[in-house]
Design a protein around this ligand. Structure first.
Ligand code: FES
Length: 349
């Protein structure tokens, strides 16, 4: 690893924000007394986010004081890990992997793109949007070549890069667009391109076949929802007779049936909605959602927090993204539009 030094030009009066200090203090509390320095890595990470993507020297001193550590110890750690930036970076900071698997799969072509568009390693683009460094293996070799791109919100992996899709990705970032992390080709996570090549036939875990868990002490039925945990049987809800019915008043309009969270037999309630109308869902996410039995705006509109968590796991989405992109809110409004269109059409006919 090359020598890493603090930036020559440092801000005059940098101080960690109150919220960053509060977060660091909460990390310190996780460790036993006299072991506060164990919080050093998370403290540096918090400071880096707080300072806009890099760590000024003043922040190192503040952290040393907070953790009761000699400044030199803080310096030793921050100069060792390439995840800590010692110079100002662009709005989107690119860490490109140049280790053997990524190199064999074309990381040199990506470096050529970065050098042409941004400059030599460690440069920031003129518009301040992009900066880049080369790093060692980031552990995503199955999707080589790849880069991690960080900004104030996210630290995402962008995988299966080529010079062409990387150019397009950088264009998008520079123009303020949103680029979904993960494979930048048609692959789903690290699965083979074009879909699975094994475990496709009838077997103990085949989606359609209800079987019992092998080796389980009790015979436990598998769910038919694609291998998830078995679902507990729900007791039928006790229903109170409506007050109006008790008084002999005729019941008001019946409520529409609640949509299913997952349709295991395909879109049985009509043609699927165009889920791509929800900002944050592209063709890839739509395919993933459909493959898990989610086809309609009204389904998404009815999600509760637990459903969101389950769906994020099902489609391998980053935790918190569905909430951040407001899928449920958007789905509610799209479902409402569809239902008012349908009632207008019904009134005409
Ligand atoms: S070699 Fe690039 S991620 Fe492992």
């Amino acid at each position: 690893m090359s020598a890493r030094r603090l930036a020559i030009s440092q801000p005059d009066n940098f101080k960690l924000s109150a919220s960053a200090k509060k977060k660091i203090a909460s990390w310190v509390k996780k460790y036993p007394k006299d072991r506060q320095r164990s919080a050093l890595i998370p403290a540096l990470w918090i400071a880096q986010k707080d300072a806009g993507g890099w760590i000024p020297e003043a922040a190192l001193r503040e952290i040393g004081d907070m953790l009761g550590m000699a400044y030199i110890r803080v310096y030793e750690v921050v100069t060792f890990y390439t995840m800590f930036n010692l110079e100002p970076v662009g709005e989107h900071h690119i860490q490109l992997c140049g280790t053997t698997p990524c190199w064999l799969r074309g990381s040199d072509d990506l470096i050529a793109v970065l050098e042409r568009r941004i400059g030599p390693r460690g440069s920031v683009s003129e518009d301040g949007k992009l900066s880049w460094v080369e790093v060692e293996c980031l552990g995503a070799c199955a999707n080589a070549p790849m880069a991690q791109i960080s900004n104030s919100q996210d630290d995402l992996y962008y995988e299966d890069l080529t010079a062409e899709n990387f150019e397009a990705l950088l264009d998008n970032l520079q123009s303020g667009g949103v680029v979904k992390g993960g494979p930048q080709n048609s692959r789903h996570t690290s699965e083979p391109e074009g879909g699975n090549t094994t475990l496709k036939g009838e077997g103990p875990y085949h989606e359609e076949k209800i079987v019992y868990l092998p080796n389980a002490e009790k015979k436990t039925k598998l769910s038919t929802h694609g291998g998830g945990a078995p679902k507990a049987k729900r007791k039928p809800a006790k229903t109170k007779p409506a007050a109006s019915a008790a008084k002999g008043v005729s019941a008001s309009k019946p409520k529409a049936a609640k949509p299913k969270v997952i349709y295991t037999d395909g879109p049985t309630d009509g043609a699927p909605d165009d889920l791509k109308k929800i900002k944050g869902i592209g063709p890839k996410f739509e395919g993933d959602l459909n493959s898990k039995g989610i086809y309609y705006f009204r389904q998404i509109a009815a999600w509760k927090a637990a459903d969101v968590k389950m769906v994020e796991e099902l489609i391998d989405s980053i935790p918190g993204r569905i909430k951040r992109d407001e899928w449920v809110k958007q789905a509610k409004s799209l479902a409402k539009q569809l239902s008012s269109q349908a009632s207008k059409q019904g009134a005409k006919s």
